[in-house]
Design a protein around this ligand. Structure first.
Ligand SMILES: [Zn+2]
Ligand SMILES: [Zn+2]
Length: 263
């Protein structure tokens, strides 16, 4: 069984499970221990069987539960030096044997799972996205990404399943309640990916074989699941790709498990 399920997604907490046979990996740990255990149980998994936790960056919606979960379940975690420095004082004590320092753009393996990491533009010290190479095609988790250039496109293209940020609707952000400085921070290329940018990126991906899409990390204030979905479906429609024929799509949920996607 190879696939993924988003356990939580959005600014209130991010956590995604990747499963490849007997290897189980978590990307980000922005939920508390109770939610983590409950979400895994709903997915038919136990925290005791998780082989590794990969951290993308230091923002609290990606790391808030890490310390507690490391202490409770002794799961090895993978993080860059820069990101670790920034969270070190907040996560509390952990067994140093659990720590694995990774470098961006380097490949590493967790049991038989090959993982490729790559840097993405975001307003954090060093934000990573992860691509999981599997015999049935690749799974990529790519959220908190301000823009997608050719270099990033090259890193994600060919993924069979992609979990991609579709953070905000441009009109809702523009007309919404956020102060101008925050609106600029979100949309300046180092913040978050808009629905339009997500749809445009997915056109390149679906043209090159991506079949399964999870729209992730939606803004609560500046987006709505139906708007995010419609934007991407319309973008893909423009290149002749039809939902449920050429690709399947779901929007990751904020407060509950999304559907399991098997490749
Ligand atoms: Zn985030
Ligand atoms: Zn972030």
């Amino acid at each position: 069984m190879i696939g993924s399920v988003a356990l939580r997604s959005g600014s209130s907490g991010n956590c995604t499970l990747i499963r490849n046979g007997e290897t189980r990996i978590i990307v980000d740990c922005g939920i508390n221990g109770k939610t983590f255990t409950g979400a895994l149980a709903l997915a038919g998994e136990s925290p005791l069987d998780i082989d590794g936790i990969l951290i993308t960056h230091e923002h609290s919606d990606h790391v808030s539960g890490l310390g507690v979960i490391l202490r409770k379940y002794k799961i090895p975690f993978y993080i860059t030096e820069k990101t670790l420095e920034l969270i070190f004082d907040h996560i509390g004590k952990f067994d140093p044997d659990l720590l694995n320092i990774i470098k961006p753009e380097e490949e590493f393996s967790i049991k038989d799972q090959l993982v490729r990491s790559f840097k993405v533009p975001h307003d954090a010290a060093e934000t990573l996205a992860y691509r999981f190479v599997t015999p049935r095609g690749d799974i990529t988790v790519c959220t908190d990404i301000g823009s997608v250039d050719q270099v990033i496109l090259d890193q994600i293209i060919g993924s069979r399943l992609i979990i991609l940020e579709s953070n905000y609707d441009w009109q809702l952000l523009k007309n919404g309640p956020y102060p101008r400085i925050l609106k600029d921070r979100i949309s300046n290329g180092h913040g978050h990916l808009s629905n339009d940018q997500c749809g445009e990126t997915l056109c390149h991906l679906v043209e090159k074989g991506t079949e399964q899409i999870v729209l992730a990390h939606l803004s609560k204030e500046n987006n709505h699941p139906s708007i995010a979905e419609l934007t991407t479906v319309q973008s893909l429609d423009n290149i002749g790709a039809i939902q449920d024929k050429d690709y399947v799509l779901q929007v990751a949920k904020r407060y509950s498990n999304s559907d399991w996607m098997q490749i």
